[in-house]
Design a protein around this ligand. Structure first.
Ligand SMILES: *[C@@H]1O[C@H](CO)[C@@H](O)[C@H](O)[C@H]1NC(C)=O
Ligand SMILES: *[C@@H]1O[C@H](CO)[C@@H](O)[C@H](O)[C@H]1NC(C)=O
Length: 480
């Protein structure tokens, strides 16, 4: 084609080509220099950060002045209406939901419930919070305690800006005093398919026996795919991750969903696929946001940062607890600023470092006394004066000799058997009152590796601006 052109045109074409090369060369040369110049860091100027219009648009403007967030995120907007006999009749077709079973004592259940809310935030699903229900060492006659009776849902919805309903908002549940044997009487069972977060080597799901019967949900389980696990190739790892669970409940294809049925429902033998509108899990306690297990031991745990810290106690449980603590301090007036000491013993004696006798490995009272004094001194330097005996002790220790030692120290404690706390309320209340009491302190001394201590330490530090220490144990002199 080129050869068909006359010589003059060929010459013009050649010069044009050379000219283009020259321009391109100088262009790249200058870009190269600019590139070098950019690599020199610009001088740091103190300036207030500004938002470009796009950045503003990226943020959800969830409130307008005067908007009632409690109504927006509460049952009236999140559910069809008043509680119904079957949950499925009260779930809105334009909303999706997430919930889970429970396990363990009060604090483990609390962490699990906070995890449901956190997964609800991540997956844009309305969390349905179960009540605290008997499990493990909590006997059936303890009955249930509604989350909303202990935690202020109004402030939680406002602060977390996320929908939040309880099971008691969703469906008609047995009266709180119904004996366990009668819990299923006169009720229509509902079947549902849920996910089990248990790892491959476990053959049965975690069963919240009491809770699922109280809720009237006859549940079949399908194991979550390995890709939802913290370490997908590790067969026996117990943790699953929030991000993967969120993808799992919102995407039909996540992890190829190659899981098969783990167990059919115990009563009606239903074999159902996991429900997509109401995503449910056997347990979310072991969910984590990173490759760190048991994140609550770290200061940065997102579940605490984004949810837990805003779950404040209701005024009625605080008022009740204040009465108990005042009685322990033997005063009628306002409580003075005090230090709470949580001494966890119980089964910790079975977790000594190898070679140490069970009782020798627990920290002695003297270790708690020393730490409490440190906390008192530190508070003093901040101008907060705490009397040496203004110390409120809680412990699961039952040995009277231990309590005599505490008494000799002039420290205060609630005698729940004398107060008839169980008889007046139920078996949940002694630990609940102890925990709420800890949250009222300005100083805190806890027991290392106790989840109760971990959570109370945060409440004292972040709610009250307090000071804390954790006492180590595991071998004699561990805290020295
Ligand atoms: C959010 O809405 C309020 C009231 O409508 C408005 O004043 C404010 O500028 C908005 N904020 C953002 C970040 O868009
Ligand atoms: C929740 O907190 C708000 C704000 O502090 C308070 O007005 C309300 O009475 C509290 N409700 C309960 C049930 O504690």
């Amino acid at each position: 084609m080129f050869s068909s052109l006359n010589p003059r045109t060929k010459l013009i074409a050649l010069f044009s080509f050379l000219a283009v090369l020259l321009v391109l060369h100088s262009f790249y040369a200058s870009v190269g220099q600019e590139h070098l110049a950019i690599e020199i860091p610009p001088p740091v100027e103190p300036s207030t950060p500004t938002c470009t219009p796009q950045e503003v648009d990226l943020r959800k403007n969830v409130t307008s002045p005067g908007e009632d967030l409690d109504a927006k995120y509460g049952p009236t907007k999140q559910l069809v209406g008043a509680p119904t006999a079957k949950a499925s009749d009260n779930l809105r077709k334009d909303r999706r939901y997430v919930t889970s079973g429970i396990k363990g004592g009060f604090t483990n259940q609390y962490i699990n419930l906070i995890h449901i809310i956190y997964l609800g935030m991540q997956s844009d699903r309305t969390p349905i919070i179960p009540p605290f229900a008997p499990d493990d060492h909590i006997p059936h006659e303890a009955g249930i305690v509604q989350f909303g009776d202990l935690f202020n849902l109004t402030t939680l919805r406002k602060q977390v800006r996320t929908p939040l309903v309880e099971w008691s908002d969703v469906k008609i549940l047995p009266n709180q005093d119904t004996p366990w044997e009668d819990i299923e009487k006169g009720r229509q069972l509902e079947t549902i398919g849920c996910w089990s977060a248990r790892p491959q080597h476990e053959h049965i799901p975690w069963t919240s026996g009491y809770l699922v019967r109280y809720l009237g949900m006859d549940t079949s389980y399908t194991r979550v795919p390995n890709s939802a696990r913290r370490w997908p190739t590790e067969k026996i790892d117990i943790h699953v991750t929030f991000g993967a669970l969120s993808a799992l409940v919102n995407s039909q294809t996540y992890g190829n969903q190659q899981s098969s049925l783990m167990s059919s429902s115990p009563i009606l033998q239903a074999a159902l696929e996991p429900n997509t509108q109401l995503a449910c899990f056997d347990l979310l306690y072991y969910a984590t946001s990173s490759d760190v297990g048991y994140e609550w031991q770290s200061d940065w745990t997102p579940a605490w940062k984004f949810v837990g810290q805003y779950a404040r106690f209701t005024s009625s449980i605080v008022r009740l607890t204040m009465g108990y603590v005042k009685h322990a301090f033997d005063i009628q007036r306002e409580l003075p600023p005090f230090i709470a000491v949580h001494i966890r013993r119980g089964d910790f004696k079975d977790h000594c470092e190898p070679g140490y006798a069970p009782h020798a490995c627990l920290a002695p009272l003297s270790a708690y006394i020393r730490r409490a004094e440190e906390v008192r001194q530190e508070l003093h330097t901040r101008g907060i004066l705490v009397g040496p005996t203004d110390v409120f002790v809680t412990s699961d220790e039952e040995d009277p000799a231990f309590w005599n030692e505490v008494k000799a120290q002039g420290w205060k404690f609630i005698d729940h058997s004398e107060e008839l706390t169980v008889q007046k309320f139920n078996k949940w209340y002694p630990p609940i009152i102890d925990i709420v009491g800890q949250s009222l302190a300005i100083g805190f001394v806890g027991t290392d590796r106790s989840t109760v201590s971990m959570v109370s330490k945060r409440r004292v530090e972040e709610w009250n601006g307090g000071v804390s220490r954790m006492v180590k144990w595991g071998r004699p002199g561990a805290d020295d």
